[in-house]
Design a protein around this ligand. Structure first.
Ligand code: NAD
Ligand code: MG
Length: 398
């Protein structure tokens, strides 16, 4: 029986993870559930899953959480704050951690779970983008497996020969005969649109993804193609692929989740309906296979699968991410921080859609990248980039 901590339990990935857990009560138990501020949603999950511990990240919400758990007659303990998240990710209550907090807020608990040798199911791509070298080091120290949840990286993991990332070590792609990684992208809700059609985009339009139902931050990232940019950096760290070995291919149906090209000309792909429960079931049970509740793929009904090049002129975030990867050091953390500030402002309707890329570009230009030394220096780089992005936003876009 695996004891599973779900950090970000009230989110979209959290819901998919809990759906798979609920299908296999003899294999998995949700022992820790954590959320940001949504006390009622967290208590509802506690009523259903009866975890040992419920964590609300915002300490101001802890009294309400404790009271509501009590009046529901639950034995679940209540805790709050980022230290409680880190403790839960490293402590005895779990052997598996689903890292499904959105954004830099998930960094410390993700690194802590890796260092503690937990089985790490990684959805929180921002953590690996920010702290790739630190995550690899933590995985080496902890010795536990990392299994990507991001559908593309989960697909690549499935297509690589011996699951080289399973112990968190850099794989030698060349020795494995791997030539390239082909990351598929849906293209998002604005596929085929030109820049002059994107001036007045609203948050709801940006969040209306054609194939996936996801949290609002990643939905906006999908609309700008920054999501794919973050995923290029994620693939670099998780699989040891150079930037020039990672190619982005737009595939509007989101059926081929990614591909691996080998030296002999073979290309292996993983296919399936766009439902995150496949990746979660794969990662929870790996190396076994279990039922996920996902409808079987009906290729005859689909008829065709299409592929095209990304429009890098209209969706400039993709190249900004490649540039940050090439710059190295803290550049990806700066890119991520500026993107988080820009997306939050766009969702609050205080920044136009097209200004997201501009704000990120100007923030990257304003702050020199430095080597990633440790967590403290990285958090400092993240804060500095956020401040800089806000200053540029005030000056140029408000
Ligand atoms: P979401 O917004 O639906 O859920 C986010 C979760 O994180 C919620 O439970 C929320 O309470 C929690 N959270 C937010 N801020 C927090 C904070 N400061 N401290 C602690 N907890 C906090 O997001 P999501 O779509 O589930 O995405 C989660 C992560 O998974 C993101 O990194 C995203 O890029 C990645 N991901 C998501 C999908 C998807 O299909 N949704 C696919 C691939 C990768
Ligand atoms: Mg993805």
């Amino acid at each position: 029986m695996k004891q599973v901590a779900i950090l970000g339990a009230t989110g979209s990935i959290g819901a998919s993870a809990l759906d798979v857990v609920a299908r296999h009560p003899q294999r998995f138990r949700a022992s820790v559930l954590a959320a940001y501020r949504s006390v009622d949603a967290l208590v509802a999950l506690c009523v259903r899953f009866k975890p040992d511990l419920a964590i609300i990240a915002d300490p101001a919400c802890e009294p309400a959480l404790r009271e509501k758990l009590g009046s529901a007659g639950l034995a679940t303990r209540a805790a709050s704050g980022s230290a409680a998240l880190t403790e839960a990710a490293t402590g005895d209550l779990c052997d598996t951690v689903v890292a499904a907090i959105v954004g830099a807020a998930g960094l410390e608990s993700t690194l802590a779970a890796a260092r503690a040798g937990k089985r790490l199911l990684l959805a929180n791509k921002e953590a690996v983008v920010m702290a790739g070298p630190l995550l690899l080091e933590a995985l080496r120290a902890g010795g536990g497996p990392i299994i990507p949840i991001d559908s593309e990286h989960n697909a690549i993991f499935q297509c690589l020969p011996s699951n080289p990332s399973n112990q968190g070590h850099h794989s030698d792609l060349t020795a494995a005969g791997v030539q390239r990684i082909l990351l598929t992208a849906s293209g998002g809700p604005f596929l085929g649109k030109r820049r002059d059609e994107l001036g007045a985009i609203t948050p709801d339009q940006a969040c209306a993804h054609p194939n996936w139902s996801m949290g609002r931050k990643i939905s906006v990232d999908s609309a700008t193609l920054m999501n794919k940019g973050l995923e290029v950096i994620e693939a670099h760290w998780l699989f040891g692929a150079r930037a020039d070995q990672i190619e982005v291919v737009v595939h509007p149906q989101s059926i081929v989740h990614s591909l691996v090209e080998y030296a002999d000309g073979s290309v292996l792909a993983q296919l399936g309906n766009p439902d995150m429960r496949t990746a979660l079931a794969h990662a929870l049970a790996w190396p076994q296979r279990i039922e996920a509740g996902v409808a079987p793929l009906d290729l005859l009904k689909l008829g065709q699968l299409n592929f095209q090049a990304p429009d890098r002129e209209t969706f400039r975030c993709l190249d900004l991410a490649y540039a940050a990867l090439a710059a190295g050091g803290t550049a990806p953390a700066i890119l991520n921080a500026a993107n988080e500030v820009a997306v939050a402002a766009f969702l609050e309707q205080s920044l136009p859609f097209l200004a997201i890329a501009e704000l990120i570009e100007q923030t990257l230009a304003a702050i020199p990248a430095t080597p990633v030394i440790n967590l403290e220096s990285l958090i400092y780089a993240d804060l500095t980039a956020r401040q800089q992005a806000r200053r540029i936003m005030q000056r140029s876009f408000c």
